[in-house]
Ligand binder design. Structure first.
Ligand SMILES: [Zn+2]
Length: 264
């Protein structure tokens, strides 16, 4: 999955691979999109963003997608800090910082990092957009689980891959995929859990004056994952209120947990 870093309208002023006296390796490493000043620049892929200020790239966002480094150069400003980004997130505003003669967005893609050492490291963005570099899903790892539903599973899979026989180059895409999966699945889920816990805290604070059964019903309405039950027990301990009332709530949550996980 990928997209252009700019929305239409834009004008491609320099294509990939053409002779370019400004370019470090004598050929243009990416594609230039001429756009108006401060036009939104979007993440072409999901991955990890690192903002860099470079003499040639200017304000440059670098997104590692687990396999390739996507550099977005000459931005007027950065729109967000370092960390996980999803495809389509705004990462910058267009400008003409660094080695540049007019407002444009330079997008290039390479296998090496922020500062590649040869032109061979680059791939054509047009081919990337066309899906020519899409990966096939790797087969399940022996002794492992290819489905990552929680942060813990992703970490487990990552450690398993590190210990799997094979060359580092063979394992790299798999490890990259584990990391991608973390950002796509586990991270939003963890954020959602945190949000739900905050909701529970508010609900409990609002319900202190009401009978325990009402409190329990409200809490159960919000809780939909067993891992949250455990965390909510901890939250309840912090919430002010009569001890016997809280004990009832904690007891119900424990039974809820047991009914899900400790059958037989
Ligand atoms: Zn360029």
């Amino acid at each position: 999955m990928s997209r252009r870093p700019v929305d239409s309208p834009y004008q491609i002023t320099t294509e990939f691979g053409v002779p370019d006296s400004y370019a470090k390796f004598g050929r243009h490493s990416g594609v230039d999109y001429a756009v108006p000043l401060n036009r939104q620049i979007f993440a072409p892929v999901s991955g990890t963003l690192t903002n860099v200020v470079s003499p040639t790239g200017g304000n440059m966002g670098v997104i590692f997608d687990g396999r390739f480094y996507h550099r977005l150069m000459h931005n007027n400003s950065f729109s967000r800090g370092n960390g996980a980004v999803s495809e389509g997130n705004e990462v910058a505003k267009a400008g003409t910082t660094g080695l540049s003669t007019g407002v444009h967005s330079h997008w290039d893609i390479n296998t090496q990092g922020t500062y590649p050492t040869s032109f061979a490291a680059f791939i054509p963005p047009a081919d990337f957009l066309a899906g020519k570099y899409n990966q096939v899903t790797p087969p399940p790892v022996a002794g492992g689980n290819n489905m990552f539903n929680t942060e813990a599973e992703v970490i487990e899979a990552y450690l398993l891959l590190r210990g799997t026989p094979g060359t580092a180059a063979e394992r790299a895409p798999w490890i990259g995929q584990s990391k991608q999966r973390f950002f796509v699945v586990a991270k939003p889920e963890a954020d959602s859990t945190r949000k739900q816990l905050a909701d529970v805290k508010v609900a409990l604070a609002n319900l202190q004056a009401k009978p325990p059964t009402t409190v329990i019903k409200e809490v159960i309405k919000i809780v939909d994952r067993p891992v949250e039950v455990i965390k909510i027990q901890e939250v309840i301990k912090e919430v002010p209120g009569p001890v016997d009332e809280k004990a009832t709530v904690v007891g119900v949550l424990k039974r809820f947990w047991d009914s899900l996980f400790k059958k037989g």
